[in-house]
Design a protein around this ligand. Structure first.
Ligand code: NI
Length: 399
């Protein structure tokens, strides 16, 4: 049973003005994936000023890690806490004093909040080194928004030296009000893969279809046939999406073009379903095309895998969050069809990723992620820091 820790809350309240100032500084100075040079420098300087040890920079171009060694006698595990640092190519439409100073680049997903929360978590854990006997690895990663910065950091050794035992991360969530928290055991977010199908037909005059192989009608048949994958081939209790998001062909009303191109996204939760839909899209496209005298070139680009929380660690997070935020405000939450590259860490080590409610309807802070008016209720960050600190301390001492 977790007991409320009034001292911890008091300590967090004391550092919150600094956490909010950091978040606003980062919000004003957003940088895109793998270009977070100023952000990384800011983070490293903060960590150094706190006395965090073994600060390493330049991992995956702009990634930063640092260690906090517990001072309590004994040997505890190494617990990694991760924040992402990248912004998005969006022109901010918020009229706030901390508006992005770089037109066309904006922290519209809350990664500025993740970074400043992790700096706050580091400060609290530095003050509480006597309370644990393991090591906290702080990890600030580049390029979550499509670049897979997590993957690159792992490839460059971020989970070793010292060997990481558990991994945790959090994401602010505009679909939930401030004070709420969602953490789901098992699969929580989808794998997201992309595909393209180029159909090679035979162009000609629009009035002479019999002399042509029309790639547009082939494409139309393929789009329809692809919908049978989820409807007819996937176990109804599993979840998957096959979406054709682009269908490009032709220029003129009286010309049959040579080629047509389809592009789409595939979402799934289990590795088996992921493999199945990725393979079947290509097979069905080739089969349909062949039956109509055309050929296809199929390209499959795997994206982030499904984000799968360790059930025990997810339960632990919910227990702690229930104590911090109130039981009625904590749940498993829905499955998300969106993807997140923290999944790469969870593929390698047990841990959990949770959603921290950050919307506030009364203050008009309800715009969704990746919207030009996205903004969070900054007070939500106190709860995120408290839940993460308590989680780390609990995992360290198994208490
Ligand atoms: Ni995000």
């Amino acid at each position: 049973m977790v007991v409320a820790n009034p001292t911890l809350r008091g300590e967090i309240d004391e550092i919150m003005p600094g956490v909010i100032a950091d978040r606003r500084h980062l919000h004003e100075n957003p940088e895109l994936g793998f270009q977070e040079f100023k952000t990384a420098k800011f983070v490293a300087e903060r960590l150094e000023a706190m006395g965090v040890e073994d600060i390493r920079t330049g991992i995956a171009i702009t990634g930063v890690t640092g260690l906090i060694h517990g001072a309590k006698p004994g040997t505890g595990p190494v617990v990694l806490v991760r924040a992402d640092m990248d912004a998005l190519p969006i022109l901010e439409e918020n009229d706030v004093e901390y508006r992005s100073k770089t037109d066309g680049t904006m922290h519209a997903c809350g990664h500025d909040a993740h970074t400043s929360m992790l700096l706050g978590i580091a400060r609290i854990l530095m003050n509480r080194r006597n309370e644990f006997s393991g090591t906290v690895k702080l990890l600030f990663q580049p390029a979550e928004e499509g670049g897979g910065g997590a993957r690159v950091m792992i490839d460059e050794g971020a989970l070793e030296d010292p060997h990481v035992d558990y991994v945790f991360g959090q994401h602010v969530a505009q679909q939930s009000p401030i004070g709420m928290l969602e953490c789901r055991g098992g699969p929580a977010m989808a794998a997201a893969d992309r595909f393209s199908i180029v159909i090679q037909g035979k162009g000609g005059h629009g009035a002479q279809p019999h002399l042509c192989i029309d790639p547009i009608s082939v494409g139309a048949q393929i789009v329809t046939a692809l919908q049978t994958i989820v409807g007819r081939e996937i176990d109804p209790v599993d979840k998957a999406v096959v979406t054709v998001g682009a269908f490009n062909a032709g220029e003129a009303s009286n010309v049959i073009p040579d080629t047509a191109e389809l592009r789409g996204t595939l979402r799934s939760f289990s590795p088996e379903v992921r493999e199945h839909i990725g393979r079947r899209v290509g097979e069905i496209a080739a089969g349909v095309a062949q039956s109509m005298g055309a050929t296809v070139a199929y390209e499959y680009n795997p994206g982030y895998p499904s984000t799968v929380n360790d059930p025990g660690m997810a339960t632990l997070v919910r227990e702690i969050a229930s104590d911090v935020l109130g039981e009625e405000n904590v749940s498993e939450g829905p499955l998300h069809m969106g993807a997140e590259d923290f999944s790469y860490f969870l593929e390698q080590r047990p841990g959990a990723f949770y959603f921290l409610g950050s919307a506030n309807e009364a203050r008009g802070l309800t715009w969704g992620h990746h919207h030009p008016r996205f903004d969070i209720d900054e007070a939500s960050m106190a709860g995120g820091i408290e839940v993460m600190v308590q989680t780390v301390l609990r995992v360290m001492d198994g208490s």
